[in-house]
Ligand binder design. Structure first.
Ligand code: ADP
Length: 407
């Protein structure tokens, strides 16, 4: 099968949800439909699907498990009224988002029993994410017999980091015996925007040094030297680095010890740092959503203002560090919900980067959700907005590794 004829079903399975997109990879790589099954195995599950032409459906059927969900998606994709496929046999391959590939997976992998075992071995590194990702894979193996599955890992793009970036300064045997090291996340997004930026700038990625900022509910920043990651801000888990919606990002690790000595349980500390911190914790307005925090600042809320100062400062200190690690960079790329849509946050960041040769163009920066250069023409470090598309990247990687495996 040539890549052109591939129809790829892209799945992102959570513990009670299943997001799907279906692509025809011919020519322009067309998204045929996308949708979501929510509340799998819970009361009142919800299914919705939207086609490329804008037609959509929403239903609340009984869905007991992921196999039910996959069967429902299959039925809707081939439904004579709302479906986008004449037959399920049109689906040539299924690409699955898998969060953690540990040190085993440097690239996406065609699913075999050995691959499943290796993903299972990574469960201790991502106990909340890898199990539902595996459930999705198993459900597809049952529902689509004979159709190959490919696992695409959030961590894989970061495998090129050198030990000086990925090791923590604790005794080496903790890395050797327990795999304690930086892995990095959002790799699929960083890879997509790096490739899209190179295309947009009409440069070869192999000639560019990029700093990519994925700023969403979760945020991370990556230094990319000629297509290879040299450092990234998330770590062994997605907790460190930038300040996020509800996650603290970098803090002194001894804070955890201190809280434990005060009698807080591991679970409570986990919740504090992952769910109650970040913009939510600092702004104190009951929301970690950037739009709400900006609105609160506009109304004069000092804590919200402080949260935004901290968010911007943390980001700038990483940009400065990565600029140095890369020996200078051609472009600083903004993506994710905040990076793509908030001209306000971009302006606050870029205005602090004059020393790096980056000057904001206020007019160009008014863009939202579209590729654009938002620095002025004199800037030696370009600031760029590049919308991410993780599902399309998964579809591309899926087709590529399947082709490589068959050749
Ligand atoms: P996720 O990480 O869950 O995929 P997104 O990438 O969709 O999240 O990003 C969500 C974040 O983007 C939220 O904090 C939201 O407030 C922020 N966001 C979206 N649009 C804007 C905007 N116009 N201005 C500021 N923040 C925005």
């Amino acid at each position: 099968m040539s890549a052109k004829n591939e129809v790829v079903l892209v799945l992102n399975s959570g513990s009670s949800s299943l997001k799907f997109q279906i692509y025809r990879m011919a020519g322009e790589e067309t998204l045929l439909a996308k949708g979501l099954v929510e509340r799998i195995g819970l009361k009142e599950p919800v299914f919705n699907m939207k086609r490329q032409d804008g037609r959509s459906i929403e239903e609340s059927p009984q869905i007991h498990d992921h196999l039910d969900a996959i069967k429902l998606v299959s039925a809707k994709l081939t439904d004579p009224d709302i479906g986008v496929l004449a037959s399920l046999s049109e689906v040539t391959v299924i690409g699955h988002r898998v969060v953690h590939g540990g040190e085993t997976f440097h690239d996406a992998a065609v699913v075999t029993d050995e691959v499943i075992k290796a993903i299972q071995d990574c469960i201790p590194l991502a106990p909340l994410h890898n199990p539902p990702n595996l459930t999705g894979i198993e459900a597809c193996r049952a529902a689509f017999p004979g159709v190959p599955n490919v696992a695409v890992f959030d961590t894989a793009f970061h495998h090129s980091m050198p030990p000086s970036s990925y090791l923590y300064a604790i005794p080496y045997e903790y890395y050797k015996d327990y795999g304690i090291r930086k892995y990095g996340f959002h790799g699929t997004s960083h890879k997509y925007v790096a490739e899209a930026t190179a295309k947009y700038l009409r440069h070869d990625l192999s000639n560019l040094r990029l700093i990519t900022c994925h700023l969403g509910n979760g945020s991370s920043i990556t230094a990319i030297d000629r297509g290879k990651v040299v450092d990234t801000s998330m770590g062994m888990t997605p907790l460190p680095g930038l300040i996020m919606g509800t996650r603290c990002g970098d803090i002194d690790p001894a804070v955890v010890l201190y809280l434990m000595r005060q009698g807080m349980s591991v679970e409570d500390i986990n919740k504090l740092l992952n769910k109650k911190s970040g913009l939510l914790g600092v702004a104190g307005i009951g929301s970690g959503d950037m739009r709400d925090v900006i609105e609160a600042e506009e109304k004069g809320n000092e804590q919200a203002s402080r949260a935004l100062c901290m968010f911007v400062q943390r980001l700038i200190s990483y940009i400065g560090s990565y600029y140095t690690i890369l020996h200078g960079a051609h472009a600083l790329v903004f993506t994710g919900g905040i990076g793509e849509n908030s001209s306000y946050i971009r302006a606050r960041v870029v205005k602090k980067l004059a020393e790096l040769g980056c000057q904001l163009d206020e007019t160009k920066n008014q863009v939202s959700g579209k590729p654009a250069i938002v620095s002025d023409d004199r800037s030696t470090l370009k600031a760029i907005v590049m919308p991410t598309n993780e599902e399309l990247m998964i579809a591309r990687d899926t087709v590529r590794v399947l082709r490589e495996a068959r050749s």
